[in-house]
Design a protein around this ligand. Sequence first.
Ligand code: ADP
Ligand code: MG
Length: 291
Amino acid sequence: MSEKRGKHIAIYGKGGIGKSTTTSNISAALAEAGYRVIQIGCDPKSDSTTILRGGNDLPTVLDTLREQSRVRIEDISAIGFGGVLCIEAGGPVPGVGCAGRGINAAIELLQELKVFEEYKPDFVLYDVLGDVVCGGFAVPIRDGIADRAFVVTSSDFMAIFAANNLFKAINKYAPSGGARLGGVIANSIQHPYSQPLIDDFAVQADVPVIGYVPRSITVAQSELFGKTVIEALPESEQAGVYRNLARHIDENLDSVIPKPLNGPELKKWARTWGDRILAVETGVVQKMESI
Ligand code: ADP
Ligand code: MG
């Protein structure tokens, strides 16, 4: 493998939880701070970098490799906001093959084309799907591609479940050179219980929460313009939240090996919150023994 340049960071999380939005805003904030950034969409959805590029489409690495025998970097990349180099790995033909192939093919091609040597990134961000538990999903953390992983979760149980699965994968691969966890990014904070619930899950798994991103209309508004919040509404509080996340990822290099909960532990923990959510939400403590 050629020499690795820059900090390589993988962002995981359940589908639809806000990975691409969060990753793109972090890329935009890092670029705004003067860093050279590459963002690689590793989700077959192939929309990771859309809001860095005015909402436009970008040919994926896998599609281009299927169509052309010789691929140049300009065929599969575009310069987005702040000079961020945007790449979409793409996916297999639906129903055939493994999503991990797209990630591997993309990384191999970037190495072959010497993109890291030539672009000299300070940061490479991999935006990875998180609810598939096949081997492909673990490629960036397993094969020495990323140094640190972060997980985006809301307070929804399915998102927590996906985060816990990532913890299991890190726990398995980190001791043999895989990525470690930089922390949890709590997204879509909107209920009084959202933050305490995510905090408590993080305590159970012995991992840090590195930031809390409110559910905000500024995100929807910016998305409709095909932009990140950093670009569309740079003075907003939400832009400040993303800048703080970017600063944390830049300045704080701490990482941990999580202690994932096993199935019964996770279920038991979730049930304690079934009671507490009502208590936090209404101020009334309810016993819901039937749950
Ligand atoms: P993923 O990449 O995890 O599949 P996306 O980043 O595409 O998820 O986000 C899914 C939807 O949720 C998008 O429409 C996005 O604008 C919205 N979204 C994400 N984070 C927030 C937030 N903090 N506030 C409001 N909307 C959000
Ligand atoms: Mg996405």
